[in-house]
Structure formats: structure tokens, C-alpha cells
Design a protein around this ligand. Sequence first.
Ligand code: SF4
Length: 164
Amino acid sequence: MNHKDFICLKEAIDKKQKILVSSCLLGMKINYEGKAHPVDELQQLFRQGQAIPVCPEVLASLPIPRDPAEIVMVNGERKVYNNKEIDVTEEYRLGAQRTLDTARTSGAKIAIMKSNSPSCGCGKIYDGSFSENLIDGDGITVALLKENGVRVITEEDFLDCIRK
Ligand code: SF4
């Protein structure tokens, strides 16, 4: 997380601004396996009314559970394929657009998104080989949020920030 992200997050917390948060980090059992990744400190933000839950994949009406998917480059374009080699790019783009719409509606200028996911990953994502190798890059939703001026950090960045 860079210094500007740090300042922006601190300010958002102090001023009780709305913050977009990946729903699985708030304890909702909605990931591809039907599991959650709860973070106590984020659940507290939710109870205080500050965290706006978003799950791009649920917003795109993908089922729970669902087949895992990863981002791959095809002819210079970022696409999303699941582990059955089905192209699910359109669903992931729809989820990204609906998440951006939620950011705009709520006024959130910062988002805390689940690391490594093909939708929510920020800075690191899986390499498309379904072998848990990470490469530099953003998930489909995070890339769209950043392109539209929403600052994005991971849950790990958030925990580092509040513990300083
Ligand atoms: S799309 Fe994002 S919010 Fe939804 S389960 Fe995956 S990581 Fe969590």
C-alpha cells in the first residue's frame, strides 16, 4: 500500500466515510466454495454502518458455490476462464460494472477487496494455470474501480494500516 492509500484509508475511517468491502471479508459465505474469509476488524466497520458489502460475482448472478476461475491473456485481451475452460469474462465484467455502480451510489471512494481473487484481487492475482501461482495484476473489478478513481487496498493492507 502506498502512502496516499494509507492517508486516504485513515481519513475515511476517521471521518466515518463509506468504504466498499468484499462481502466474503464480512463473513458472508459466498466465495466459489461457499465459504467466507471473515476479518473481525472489517466486521466491526460493517456493524458501525461504514462498510458497504459487495461481491462482484454474486452481483453478476453467478451461483454459490461455482467453478473457480482465473484471468488469462487471449490475443492481448484479459479474459476469465473457469476450470472447465468455459469463458466467463462477460459475467465477471458485469459484476465489475455493478460493483462500480454500487461505489457511485454509496459515494465510497475507497474499497477493501479480498486479495488474489479474479474479481477482487489487488496487485496480485493467480496466473491462470490453477496452480496457485501468483503474478502481478488486478482482478477484473479492481481494475475497473481503479480506472474510475476508486482507491483499492487489500484486507492485508487494511490490517497493516490500523495496527500502525
Ligand atoms: S468475488 Fe470478491 S467478494 Fe465475492 S467471494 Fe470472490 S473475493 Fe469475495
